[in-house]
Design a protein around this ligand. Structure first.
Ligand SMILES: [Zn+2]
Length: 203
């Protein structure tokens, strides 16, 4: 962010609006020293008054931060760039979640199996044996449910018939036959049943 450029831009726009520094300051309920600070590039307008400032100067916040009036065309491009960055961020995030699902899944298996082995091979009271097995089962089950929740919500399932990507309900995922992350489910778009692969990209 170029403070000097933004400052010059604010000064230009203020003059275009036929306001003195003092008049602008009064409208914003701040000191004219604050306005002078922005215009000389020593400070950025506080975010709490930025919207009001932009409304008075008849510019967008985007213009203010760029230090120039952006054309509608540029604005669209900027928006698309931001949107794309957001999609990429979601994909990255989904990938991390799916990796986490593996970790949780493996831990869940361990949490279920280890107490069973301990209960089977170690000397202990029977009540402790039961507690270990039941406890392991409960914690393991919770782990599996978390893992499945991640699988349901991270990314999408892709219909093998029409290519539509969608996020199914938790129950649909829970009850579907599957190998790995590929599940046999009904497509909400074409209504056909198929083996749907997990993907992170939306169609
Ligand atoms: Zn389909």
């Amino acid at each position: 962010m170029n403070l000097a450029k933004i400052g010059k831009f604010i000064a230009e726009q203020r003059k275009l609006a036929k306001l003195t520094q003092a008049q602008l300051a009064e409208k914003l309920n701040i000191t004219d020293r604050a306005v002078s600070k922005w215009e000389t590039g020593r400070a950025l307008p506080d975010s709490s008054i930025m919207l009001e400032l932009c409304a008075i100067l008849n510019i967008t916040v985007n213009d203010l931060l760029n230090g120039e009036v952006t054309s509608v065309e540029d604005y669209k491009k900027e928006m698309e760039k931001n949107l794309l960055a957001m999609v990429e961020q979601k994909q990255q995030h989904d990938k991390q979640l799916l990796a986490l699902e593996w970790v949780i899944g493996i831990l869940s298996v361990l949490v279920m199996l280890v107490p069973c082995f301990l209960a089977a091979y170690l000397q202990m009271e029977n009540w402790l044996r039961i507690l270990l097995i039941v406890g392991g089962f409960v914690f393991g089950l919770v782990g599996f449910m978390c893992a499945l929740l991640i699988e349901q919500t991270a990314g999408y399932y892709k219909c093998a018939k029409c290519g539509n990507t969608h996020v199914p309900t938790y129950n649909a995922v829970l009850l579907a036959m599957h190998y790995g992350r590929t599940r046999y489910m009904k497509c909400p778009k074409c209504g056909k049943w198929s083996w749907q692969k997990k993907v992170v990209e939306k169609d």
